[in-house]
Structure formats: C-alpha cells, structure tokens
Ligand binder design. Structure first.
Ligand SMILES: C[S@@+](CC[C@H](N)C(=O)[O-])C[C@H]1O[C@@H](n2cnc3c(N)ncnc32)[C@H](O)[C@@H]1O
Length: 331
C-alpha cells in the first residue's frame, strides 16, 4: 500500500479502536478496573498504546491476565515517577537514562517512555502529578531472550519510541551500556538477576534503583542447611523446619538484607507493596535514591541482620564486595 494510504488507514484504525474503547469502557467497567484511582494509563485515552503493546484486545476489552499486567505497570509507574521528576528538576534539560534489566516484553519501560513523552507534550491532564513532568527518558532494555528483545523493539517502533528506546539481547553482566546510568529498574527479574541489577546500579552510582524481586531460592537453601546442622538449637528453629515458613521468611529476609546493603552504600531506600497481593504475590518494590557514598549505621544494620539470619553471603553482597571494601576499609 502506498505511504499516504497506509497512514490514512492507520489513522482510521486508531479512530475505530478509540470508538470501540469509548463504547466498551462504561463508567461501571472503569470503576471495576481502576477502583476509583487516577492511574496514568487510561483504557480509553491510551487505548492505542494498550492495543499496540498487547494489553488490550481488538474489541477494546482486556483479559484477566492483561488486567494484572495493566495494574502492575500503572502502580509501579505511579511509585517510581516521583524520584524521576525530582531528578529531572535537579538536572534540567538532560535526558534521563534508564536501564530495564531483564526487560522481558518491556511493558513497564514502554509505558514509562510513552507516558514521559505524553507528559512532556502536555497530554496528561487527568493526573495532576504529571503536569510538571517534563523529562526525556532514554531507555535501554536488556534481556537474554532474543524473542522478547525483537518484540520489544518492534513495539517501540510501532509506538514511535524508537528514538528513545533501544534493546539488547545480553546477560546483564555483558550488556554494553552508557557510562552514566541515571536509573536501573528490574521488574520480576528471575532469582538473583535482581541482585545483578542492583549491583550494576550500585557500581554505576545510578541515582535511582527500583526493583520488584521475583522468586528467591538462595537464602531458602541456606536456611535448609542451617536447619539440618543446628537441629532444634537455633533461634529460627520453627522457621528453619517448616518449608512454607522457611520459603516466605527467606524471601523477606533476602529483601531486608538487600535494603540494608543498599542503604549502607549510600542510598535512602524503602520496601513497599506496589500492588495488592491478589494481583501478584511478588508485589514488593525496593525503591532507592542515591544520597551519598556510604552510611556506617546502614552497614551495622546489614551486618546485624546477616548474623541473625545465620551469616549467609548472598549474591548481592558478593557482587558488591569491591564497593564494601573500598568504602568501609576498616570493617
Ligand atoms: C519474569 S520475566 C519479567 C520480564 C519483565 N520485566 C516483566 O515484568 O514483564 C524475567 C526476565 O528476566 C530475564 N533475565 C533473567 N536473568 C537475566 C540476566 N542475567 N540477564 C538478562 N536478562 C535476564 C529473562 O529472560 C526474563 O525475560
């Protein structure tokens, strides 16, 4: 089809989709989807984005799986956008470079890049917070899976985001990245890939770290061996000998150790629930903002917690051992 005709037919497709979205998303359905919240992506206003990324069907409806992803990315963006706004204010006119580690289908970073562009063009009136959001994001998505990298690049191109997004099929440790990374995020990067993402951000002194950890096996295994060795003789005895408690506690302790270590290395960091657990049980967000190079009280708190959990040396500690040695030479 000649270029002019293709553009006309794309515009017509867009209008048809919007008309279907308006018809489908009654006030009642919107209330059920958004529960009265003002989420950054609206199913009518942003129908074209949701459809292009596979988060909306041709008839403008969404499946229960799409609803889960839709809510995850909206809630995650609502939480991570404020530090980006603060950073952009501190560095006016500079594009912020964001690494999406283990990007998979890149829903989150496609949405964030898209919304940053919308906001910069003044098209986010329904979310008061976004009125002042005028920053350009340069996103780099990295994943070991060639198929998701190809699909993410295609979707970015479809959305006209190819100038601000690039994708690499690589292990995080082998990715070719710019010297300056302002932010590193990882949504459900498998097992210790979360630690690889955090370690990368810490080594590059990224201003913002945002990770929602995935499954966790490392400390659970350590707890299992500790239970076998110590019999009933350990303060965590009840936990060590119950597989269910052991798995849950290991995941919580691992995130607490991650939080403490990130704080020790100079970040202000919090752990929060980014979405109710009904949507995903992996709903913890560790969000950290760089404030300095190190924090001795943070290190003391990390070491105490490590001792209380049976002195494991987990992936993140191993990956940042050089930073710990450099910043705490006497420890
Ligand atoms: C559960 S998926 C999550 C994908 C995406 N972040 C999301 O939330 O939709 C985890 C992704 O991490 C990728 N991954 C795991 N370990 C990795 C590593 N060391 N380097 C790069 N990618 C990795 C996997 O290939 C997979 O696509």
């Amino acid at each position: 089809m000649p270029g002019g005709l293709r553009m006309k037919s794309n515009a017509r497709d867009g209008e048809n989709l919007m008309a279907r979205a308006r018809a489908h998303w009654s006030a009642d359905r919107l209330q059920r989807l958004m529960a009265g919240k003002r989420l950054p992506l609206h199913p009518v206003t942003h129908a074209a984005f949701l459809h292009a990324t596979g988060l909306m069907r041709d008839d403008a409806s969404v499946t229960s799986g799409q609803v889960k992803k839709y809510l995850q990315i909206n809630h995650m963006i609502s939480l991570i956008a404020p530090p980006f706004r603060a950073l952009a204010k501190a560095m006016p006119g500079r594009a912020l470079t964001l690494l999406d580690a283990g990007c998979g289908n890149s829903y989150l970073s496609l949405a964030f890049a898209f919304l940053a562009r919308e906001a910069a063009a003044g098209r986010m009136p329904q979310i008061p917070d976004w009125k002042d959001t005028k920053f350009e994001l340069q996103v780099i998505g990295v994943d070991t899976n060639a198929d998701v990298i190809r699909q993410s690049a295609e979707r970015a191109a479809l959305l006209g985001l190819q100038d601000v997004m690039s994708f690499q099929k690589a292990e995080l440790s082998a990715a070719v990245l710019p010297e300056r990374l302002h932010a590193v995020m990882a949504l459900h990067a498998c097992d210790t890939a979360t630690d690889d993402a955090l370690a990368l951000g810490l080594h590059r002194q990224a201003d913002i770290l945002a990770v929602a950890p995935c499954c966790q096996a490392e400390l659970a295994q350590h707890f299992k061996s500790l239970g076998a060795k110590s019999g009933a003789d350990h303060a965590l005895d009840v936990i060590l000998h119950s597989p269910n408690l052991r798995r849950d506690t290991a995941a919580t302790f691992t995130d607490a150790l991650r939080l403490a270590l990130v704080r020790a290395l100079g970040y202000e960091a919090t752990a929060t629930e980014f979405i109710p657990s009904a949507h995903t049980p992996k709903n913890r967000l560790i969000l950290a903002e760089r404030r300095g190079r190190y924090n001795k009280a943070g290190l003391a708190s990390f070491l105490a917690l490590k001792e209380a959990s049976g002195s494991p040396v987990l992936a993140l500690e191993k990956a940042v051992s050089d930073l710990l040695a450099e910043r705490f030479p006497a420890a």
